[in-house]
Design a protein around this ligand. Structure first.
Ligand SMILES: Nc1nc2c(c(=O)[nH]1)N[C@H]1C(S)=C(S)[C@@H](COP(=O)(O)O)O[C@H]1N2
Ligand SMILES: [Mo]
Length: 417
């Protein structure tokens, strides 16, 4: 009888639990001191309350940090570091490990001295203090922010060894903020208002042109992330949230929104954040982030250490155009695909979590994941992307990632399609 997929899954789960329990019972001939000896934490009193008025992770988790790649940029004030995706689970990125991308360092702003101006094609030019902003109705939404350059180093072939470095220019946070349309309505848009130009208060004075339709749709002027004030690195005291669109447009330390009738063609939408195609023309205004996924475990920084047997594979998927109803996973480089199990909330323009549990036979694996989004779009292979866009691109690489896992369970970044 051919076992159904369901019976295979429950069978594997049962076998898995059985074999995990057996390791403890069978392998342990001598008494286990972790059980029989009194540990320090049982015989000495621990820290009292308030030892850390702002709590930090356990010291045993000190390896869970953002990391940078020194050779990528000349100086760390205009640089990037990466979210440790392989150490996280669920869908929310903890504030302390949200990747950072600054063009002029992180501005340290006194909120009492901060102002947000709206000027240009409006009936009434306005200036808001933080206190003024707190009197507008707010909303809560979970959104991913992905830098358009995420995975950009991988265009020509496999390069960086770890999903933190290949895919870690992303974070997924619950924002509390004011719908931008409320602030624009307060100023009153002129009939020829077609674009906005948000500007940062940092030394780089970051600016991007955003069409008015997006500004009036789902953009937020956010001041909280995951319940607490924005971190300095993420734009304290206010940043623009531009759901589903490339991270560069999410202006941090937001000080001004100019309203205009055409785009400004500034640096970040001409010389940067455009894609040079084979025919010499450049794709411009590529705002939406295409559906993408990556297996976070196992991966080069998170090898399989338990040997053959029941194995938990997991990863994340997202789309700038909606939700992710489905992710497929292959263990053999695309010969056979299996539908992964989605777990956790499936929110619009948010990260999604998937799992695939399987019996590892101890033989090498070629792991890939492939996201489907709610528009029906399917994540392409890197070869397909190169066919469409040539070899010169940096931004918007959403190709399928491959990890090679050897018999020892060590994983490596490779490319097969
Ligand atoms: N004011 C300002 N806003 C900015 C930037 C900046 O350098 N200055 N960098 C942009 C880029 S390129 C990205 S990818 C995101 C990164 O946001 P994060 O640092 O919260 O990860 O912020 C964007 N907003
Ligand atoms: Mo970016």
């Amino acid at each position: 009888m051919k076992p159904s997929r369901r019976s295979f899954l429950t069978g594997a789960a049962a076998a898995g639990v059985g074999s995990v329990a057996a390791t403890v019972a069978k392998g342990q001939t001598a008494p286990d001191p972790a059980i029989t000896e009194l540990q320090d934490w049982q015989v000495y009193l621990g820290d009292g309350v308030d030892a850390a008025p702002y709590g930090m992770p356990s010291k045993h988790e000190s390896h869970v940090v953002r990391r940078t790649v020194e050779w990528l940029t000349a100086d760390n004030v205009s640089s990037i570091n990466f979210t440790p995706l392989h150490e996280l689970d669920g869908i929310i990125t903890p504030n302390g490990v949200c990747f950072e991308r600054h063009h002029g360092g992180a501005a340290e702003i006194d909120p009492a001295e901060h102002r947000l101006m709206i000027n240009g094609l409006v009936d009434k030019e306005l200036v808001f203090t933080m206190e003024d902003l707190m009197r507008f109705p707010r909303e809560n939404h979970v959104y991913f922010l992905e830098c358009a350059a995420n995975t950009g180093m991988e265009w020509a072939g496999a390069q960086l060894n770890g999903c933190q470095f290949t895919h870690g220019m992303i974070h997924n946070v619950m924002y509390t903020g004011i719908p931008l349309k409320l602030l624009l309505a307060e100023a009153g848009l002129k009939t020829n208002a077609k674009w906005i130009l948000p500007e940062g208060a940092d030394a780089s004075a970051m600016t991007r042109s955003i069409p008015i339709e997006k500004a009036l749709d789902d953009c937020l002027v956010a001041f909280k992330m995951n319940g607490e004030a924005l971190r300095t690195e993420q734009g304290y005291p206010v940043r623009l949230v531009v759901p589903g669109w490339e991270g560069n447009m999410w202006v941090k330390w937001l000080r001004r929104i100019e309203v205009g009738d055409e785009p400004w063609h500034h640096r970040e939408e001409t010389s940067k954040y455009t894609d040079l195609l084979e025919d010499g023309t450049a794709r411009r205004f590529t705002w939406e982030m295409d559906a993408k996924s990556v297996i976070t475990n196992p991966s080069p920084q998170a090898p399989l250490t338990h040997g053959p047997g029941y194995t938990v594979l997991t990863g994340v998927a997202w789309s700038g155009r909606g939700t992710i109803p489905r992710v497929d996973v292959t263990l053999d480089g695309g010969k056979n695909w299996h539908q992964a199990r989605m777990s956790g909330p499936s929110l619009n323009k948010s990260m999604h979590r998937f799992y695939f549990e399987f019996e590892w036979d101890g033989k090498p694996l070629l792991l890939q994941s492939r996201a489907h989004d709610s528009t029906g779009y399917v994540q392409p292979t890197k070869n397909q992307l190169r066919e469409w866009r040539g070899e010169n691109s940096i931004y918007h690489n959403n190709g399928i990632q491959t990890w090679y896992v050897n018999e020892k369970g060590e994983a490596e970044n490779v490319e097969i399609s």
